[in-house]
Structures are given as C-alpha cells and as structure tokens.
Design a protein around this ligand. Structure first.
Ligand code: CUA
Length: 272
C-alpha cells in the first residue's frame, strides 16, 4: 500500500522502512475509523438523554479504558517496535556482515557546517592516503553493491539522510558511526542533512550518483590516479616553498592540501 508520496525506493532494504510507515498508518486509520464509528453510535444512542457529569469514577469504566488502551498497545505498538528493532539490529546496523562481502564499497563521510566531505580509498585500497578520491557534496557508487558508510563530524551534530535509500545516521563529533545501503537503480539521489546544525543547515545538500559497476570502476581508477598526481604536485610545491627562506614577519606557508586529508584509517567493526 502506497499511501504517502515518498521518493522512489532505490535501495535493497528500503522496503523495511516503507513497511513501518505504511503499517503505522494503516493501524492508525483502523483505530481512527473505529473511534469515529463509536462516537457516532454513542451520539445517536443517547441523543435524548440529559448529560450527567459524574464526579466519581465507575470501576467498570476505568477497567474498560485500561483494557482498550492495553489492547491497542499490544496490537499496534509492540509489533511495530519489535519489527523496527529487528530491522535496526539485524539489517541496517549489521555492518559486520556486509564487511565480509568482497564486493562491498566503503565510503568515509565527514560532515561539517555546511557540507559533506566524501572519500573513497584510492587504487591502493587504503584510506587516508594520497590517492584517495575525495569530493565535496557528491559521491559515486556502483549499482547493486553494498555501500558501507563511516560517518563523522568536525563540528556539530549533523544527520546524513538519503531519502531514496531510506538511510539516516547522525554524524556526531568525536565518533565514527556506520551504516550501509545497497542501491538498486542508477540515478542521482539527494543527500540531505536532517539535523538543524546552524544558519545554513538548509544548504547542506549533496548527491550520490549510482552508476553501473563498469562505469564506477573505470571512473574510480582514473580519479584515484589524478588525485595521486595532484597530491605529488602539492608536495613538490611545498618542498620547494619550504626551502625558500620565510620573509621577515611572515608566517610560513600552510599546507594547502590540508583540507583533503581529513580521513581516518578504515575502522573494522565500528558500531552504529
Ligand atoms: Cu548539517 Cu543540518
């Protein structure tokens, strides 16, 4: 049942989130109809009876209310909570199993006010080295391969949200948290920040482009080689600069490649 106008689900496990939303909505609709029918019936049934405002409580009335509330709680809240809890622990939070998948793609994302810094390990397969592919507010991933995200923040709490993948995870300063998704259809999908993080919170947007595996691999190889070349050029320029005497009263040159090097070594078994 598709009641809400949600973005199309472009991920393998997104249906679980949709199931929760649809399930809650369906249950609420049933309860709302029952309550309205009951109110209508009561209005007609006792329409001629003068209102009696009792100050005491009838034991029977209290029991009926408690029984009805408990029944609703057991019939609706408990199953929803149980399903949600299971999905979080056994699917979205189970990064460990995905890590064992040889086809898994790994991304590091560092949130900052107000942008998403995204990083793929380069051709050496190791994070936080010169050949990493680093992009601002955009990333590319292959279709039908699980993508593991490790997420951190350099300033305040942000929240990484990709509606089309039904994925959301807070970026908390001082912590690396992880989740994963598996894109199922090529396209360009919006990344939003879903935690109020300052005056430009609304501008903290990015995109994830899902492409074919071949396209991803050739792009990634080339981008990594380019990154390495740029990093080498930076180093060469810096070395040259450092041999020059700093003029009186001037600060030494700061590392221009600093912004590219916020990464961390990939952390195995990081909890959500
Ligand atoms: Cu970052 Cu809102």
């Amino acid at each position: 049942m598709r009641v809400l106008d949600r973005p199309v689900d472009a991920s393998a496990e997104g249906w679980r989130i949709d199931r929760l939303l649809d399930g809650s909505l369906a249950a609420l609709a049933v309860v709302a109809v029952l309550v309205m029918v009951w109110i209508g019936w009561a209005l007609l049934r006792w329409r001629k009876q003068p209102a009696v405002y009792s100050t005491g409580q009838s034991r029977r009335a209290v029991l009926i209310v408690i029984a009805a509330a408990s029944l609703l709680f057991i019939a609706i809240d408990v199953p929803l909570f149980w399903i949600a809890n299971r999905d979080v622990h056994q699917v979205f939070g189970d990064v460990e199993s995905v890590e064992r998948d040889p086809g898994a793609v790994r991304i590091e994302i560092n949130a900052q006010r107000w942008a998403w810094n995204m990083r793929l390990a380069g051709n050496d397969g190791v994070f936080a080295t010169d050949d990493d592919v680093v992009m601002l507010d955009r990333m590319r991933v292959p279709v039908e391969r699980p993508v593991i995200v490790q997420l951190a923040s350099s300033d305040v709490v942000h929240s990484f949200f990709v509606p089309a993948f039904r994925v959301r995870l807070d970026a908390v300063p001082g912590r690396v948290q992880s989740t994963w998704f598996r894109p199922t259809r090529p396209g360009i999908y919006e990344v939003a920040c879903s935690e109020l993080c300052g005056v430009f919170h609304h501008q903290m947007r990015g995109t994830i482009e899902v492409v074919s595996a071949d396209e991803f691999d050739s792009w990634h190889q080339l981008a990594s080689r380019e990154a390495l070349a740029i990093a080498r050029e930076d180093r060469r320029a810096l070395d040259e600069e450092s041999t020059r005497p700093t003029p009186e009263g001037m600060a030494p040159v700061r590392d221009p490649a600093h912004a590219r090097r916020w990464g961390w070594p990939w952390q195995r078994g990081v909890a959500r």
